[in-house]
Design a protein around this ligand. Structure first.
Ligand SMILES: Cc1ncc(COP(=O)(O)O)c(C=O)c1O
Length: 385
């Protein structure tokens, strides 16, 4: 049934678990930064489907790449080597500056593998994570996610010891780093926390303490990576050299992908059978990784992020917005009157934004292909609130 009275929310509720807080619109198609809804509304997307739509929707290069790859070779497992996979490895290594890559399917899976590698490589049993950080909902990733135990961590115990360190308190952080710690995991720009860019001195102090005690530094760039923060990866903004770097979301532009990148030294002990996943790095995923990275480079999208981010940061400080945090296209707008109230008003005016764990902060995570006209519209609607 697909009539004017059709309601996907009600239809999904028949069998699909109702575990998500959902927007009150139903997309039927999307192109560029615009989503068209069943009721005919056209919405401008400053949320990008949780930061995934790096090239926007129906990008011609992405559509052509997935179509061509699907026709040529739809799927093969990791039991065979593929040219498209080798290309994805080369491009991602060049883009990130990391030596070795393991491809998987999601952010949580990337973090799960990064943590496993760190624990095995060091032979130690404890991980340090940051307060307010988010790393995913699986056993290991959830164990290092702040607040998970109270909120949604459904396992009886964590698979290893975990301690949390306060953000931007270098003295407290370095006091906790010693040779009992396998790894410290951080999001350089925390996403769900409300687009919070860590202090550069804090990050440098953590990196130095890690080096001193042979602790591995894992940077989770599942949300803030792949051009979003105005550099290929946010670690580069900080001059950081992580031992392990994870990413997902924008890397496939909408196709599920994840990646664990690491230094040659970290990778050196990994051999056949140590890691695995059925779908990770399949031909469709790799075709999309190649296209996303090619388009970012060809169309100078990182320059676009930096130019328009500067505009967003200066011009969105109007109406209810009292403060702007974050970097590039991962921005947190602190709103007088509560973020959800303002987000509701923006949605009424046709603009989609994201929430965060801070009830006062809404997140902007637009496609890297955003244009001046979209910023103009957002600013004028904010001014009118
Ligand atoms: C920083 C960060 N790490 C990990 C994850 C988990 O990614 P996924 O939902 O793909 O498992 C997310 C998801 O929002 C994230 O923002």
């Amino acid at each position: 049934m697909d009539t004017a009275s059709y309601n996907a929310k009600q239809a999904e509720a028949a069998h699909l678990l109702q575990v998500y807080g959902q927007f009150d619109f139903e997309p039927v198609s999307a192109s560029g930064v615009t989503i068209t809804c069943r009721d005919g509304r056209e919405l401008m997307d400053f949320y990008g489907g949780h930061a995934v739509a790096s090239l926007g929707y129906a990008h011609p290069d992405a559509v052509a790449a997935i179509t061509q790859q699907a026709q040529q070779l739809f799927f093969q497992s990791n039991a065979v080597a593929l040219k498209v996979g080798a290309q994805a490895g080369d491009k991602l290594a060049a883009f990130s500056g990391m030596d070795r890559i393991f491809l998987c399917n999601s952010g949580a899976e990337a973090n799960e593998n990064a943590l496993k590698i760190a624990l095995r490589k060091t032979g130690r049993g404890k991980i340090l994570a940051l307060e307010h950080g988010f790393h995913g909902r699986t056993a290991a990733a959830g164990a290092v996610t702040w607040g998970a135990a109270d909120k949604w961590y459904g396992f009886p115990r964590t698979p290893f010891d975990v301690d949390f360190i306060p953000r931007d308190d270098a003295a407290k952080a370095t006091a906790q780093i010693d040779d009992s710690i396998a790894a410290v995991i951080i999001e350089p720009v925390q996403g769900i926390a409300g687009a919070y860019a860590l202090d550069a001195d804090f990050v440098s102090a953590v990196e130095a303490a890690c080096k001193q005690y042979g602790v591995l530094l894992i940077c989770d760039e599942v949300q803030c990576g792949v051009g979003r923060c105005g550099a290929p990866f946010a670690t580069q903004l900080y001059g950081l050299q992580p031992d392990l770097l994870t990413t997902a979301k924008g890397l496939g532009g909408g196709f599920p992908v994840g990646a664990v990148m690491m230094s040659e030294d970290v990778a050196s002990f990994l051999g056949s059978g140590d890691l695995g996943t059925t779908f990770g790095g399949g031909p469709l995923a790799c075709a999309l990784i190649n296209t996303v990275l090619d388009v970012i480079e060809r169309d100078k999208l990182i320059d676009n992020v930096n130019t328009l981010s500067a505009r967003l940061k200066s011009e969105c400080l109007v109406g209810p917005v009292t403060e702007i945090s974050g970097a590039g296209f991962l921005l947190g707008l602190r709103c007088e009157g509560g973020a959800n109230n303002i987000r509701g008003k923006l949605l009424e005016a046709g603009i989609i934004t994201g929430s965060s764990n801070d009830p006062e902060v809404m997140r902007l995570l637009p496609p890297l292909t955003l244009q001046d006209k979209h910023v103009d519209r957002l600013v004028s609607v904010l001014e009118s609130i």
